[in-house]
Design a protein around this ligand. Structure first.
Ligand code: FAD
Length: 301
């Protein structure tokens, strides 16, 4: 019930405009750095001081148009130059949605823009990870990734355990130098392509984790799920991975005590840090995903 209310709210342009016209409140600020590039840098600095690393995501305006795709490209280039300028790169990386670069409008141009961003990242000494979006975009994203990795081998990609194809994608990508973020998957997908029950998704996550942890790449384990985090820690020991040979990733504002605990244990913990004026849809989708978790006060996370 709450989930559908938040999903409906996420797609309401009028509500979104109204909300984002006000300054970012304390509650929103728990999950989003702020509207400006400088907000992302400020929060990234604070997290770095706490022993955490970040992957910064610019929340782009929707619907995506050819002009907005150019704006998004330029904002990422600016962000990467600022991350380097304030000494946060190379520890920081950026997360990128190919859809925000116009993947649905012109795939070739999207690949070109992504290349410009990867070049800016390489110059900053940082890396780029391509977010996973709905299953209709996966083939195109993996093709673009393969091209980008020829010149920018540090470019990573997110894979969604709930998609039936992902075990096979993990096998393909568990190669030397390959950075793969494993998450459960945030998009509602049909039964034909995705596991539907939470249990099946969790089991698929563990199968994918086994492939990535036993492979030669660099696994990035993106979950807040305590059981999956414990299994990942166990697999890292089992496959003899040292703490710098994989990392955990959690969303900014979600389970901050767990982020601190993992970092205190010597592991690499990367916080997914969104910023931008378009924070409204992002926050509503997080609320839809885990109303109890997000609405829970920070001290109980
Ligand atoms: C860094 C990162 C990057 C991501 N990138 C992508 C992407 O590119 N594409 C994509 O589709 N999805 C992405 N996701 C989202 C992901 O696919 C899931 O939708 C989302 O993370 C929720 O799944 P979960 O694994 O955290 O576990 P859930 O199934 O949401 O939660 C499992 C358990 O975790 C605990 N928990 C969860 N949230 C909280 C909370 N707020 N407070 C306390 N306990 C909590 C509870 O015990 C809960 O029962 C990303 C997630 C992260 C963390």
């Amino acid at each position: 019930m709450l989930r559908s209310v938040f999903l409906a709210a996420a797609s309401s342009t009028r509500l979104g405009r109204l909300m984002t016209s006000a300054p970012i409140s304390g509650f929103v600020g728990r999950f989003v750095a702020g509207p400006e590039t400088e907000d992302a840098l400020r929060v990234a600095r604070r997290l770095a001081d706490d022993g955490l690393t970040v992957t910064v995501e610019h929340l782009s305006e929707e619907p995506v148009t050819a002009e907005r795709a150019v704006d998004t490209r330029d904002e990422y280039v600016r962000l990467l130059s600022r991350l380097a300028g304030v000494g946060l790169a190379p520890a920081a990386e950026v997360s990128l949605k190919l859809s925000a670069l116009g993947q649905q409008i012109d795939e070739k141009l999207t690949a070109e823009y992504a290349r410009t961003i990867c070049a800016a990242a390489a110059q900053a000494g940082a890396a780029v990870t391509l977010d996973a979006e709905d299953h209709t975009t996966t083939d195109s994203a993996l093709e673009i990734l393969a091209e980008l990795r020829k010149d920018f081998p540090a470019t990573g990609v997110a894979l969604q355990a709930h998609l039936r194809r992902t075990e096979s994608d993990c096998r393909e990508l568990a190669t030397a130098g390959s950075r793969v973020r494993l998450c459960k998957g945030a998009y509602a997908e049909p039964e034909s392509v995705a596991f539907q029950s939470a249990l099946d998704v969790d089991k698929a996550f563990v199968r994918c984790l086994n492939i990535l942890m036993s492979g030669e790449g660099y696994p990035m384990v993106a979950t807040h799920d305590p059981r999956l985090i414990a299994i990942a820690e166990d697999r890292a020991r089992w496959f003899d991975r040292s703490s710098d040979e994989f990392e955990f990733q959690l969303l900014y504002g979600v389970r901050p005590e767990e982020q601190a605990r993992l970092a205190a244990g010597g592991g690499v913990v990367r916080v997914y840090l969104p910023y931008g004026a378009q924070w409204y849809g992002y926050l509503m989708r997080r609320l839809a995903e885990s109303p109890a978790g997000v609405l829970r006060p920070a001290w109980q996370s």
